[in-house]
Design a protein around this ligand. Structure first.
Ligand code: THU
Length: 160
């Protein structure tokens, strides 16, 4: 038996104002996208904005469904749109902002497991890291230099 320790490095900023202007702008686009979420069931609104290598910005928000599993998270809405519309453009950075309508969300909300898997697919496809920033409606912002930091032991095409 051998113990395996997994280490990830993330960067935590006290507020969005600590980040460069282009990241503040991208988070602001995520925030605008969040307002377009359709989340009548969870009342939890999420927005995502991504910048591609051609500088196009693609946004998404969560879209729920009365048949709950048919809904889709903001991150996958955005990344599948980018994959469909800009299949040859690498994704540079993704900003995510999330919060409940029922209570203030003041701590960073990481993407769910399914979204991490979906983002990982595109990171592997483009063979270049995707920078991820995530936050609640206010407060600290977490940065990961790569999706890989958020999903150790990734399942990807290498095993197929
Ligand atoms: N949600 C996202 O949009 N992204 C995540 O990473 C986590 C969850 C959405 C899905 C659902 O509409 C609501 O938040 C509550 O789970």
């Amino acid at each position: 038996m051998k113990e395996l320790k997994i280490e990830s490095t993330l960067f935590v900023y006290d507020s969005l104002q600590e980040l460069p202007g282009d990241i503040q702008d991208l988070m602001s686009k995520a925030s605008q996208a969040r307002l377009k979420a359709y989340a009548p069931y969870s009342k939890f609104l999420v927005g995502a904005a991504m910048v591609l290598e051609n500088n196009a910005v693609v946004t998404g928000s969560n879209q729920e469904n009365a048949s709950y599993p048919s809904g889709l998270c903001a991150e996958r809405t955005a990344i599948y749109y980018a994959g469909a519309q800009f299949p040859n453009q690498k994704i540079k950075t993704m900003a995510i902002i999330a919060g409940s309508q029922n209570h203030p969300t003041t701590s960073p909300i990481p993407p769910c497991g399914a979204c991490r898997q979906a983002i990982a697919e595109y990171e592997v496809k483009q063979n270049e890291p995707i920078e991820i920033y995530f936050m609640g409606e206010t407060g600290k912002v977490v940065k990961s230099n790569s999706l890989a930091n958020l999903l150790p032991l990734v399942f990807d095409k290498g095993v197929l």
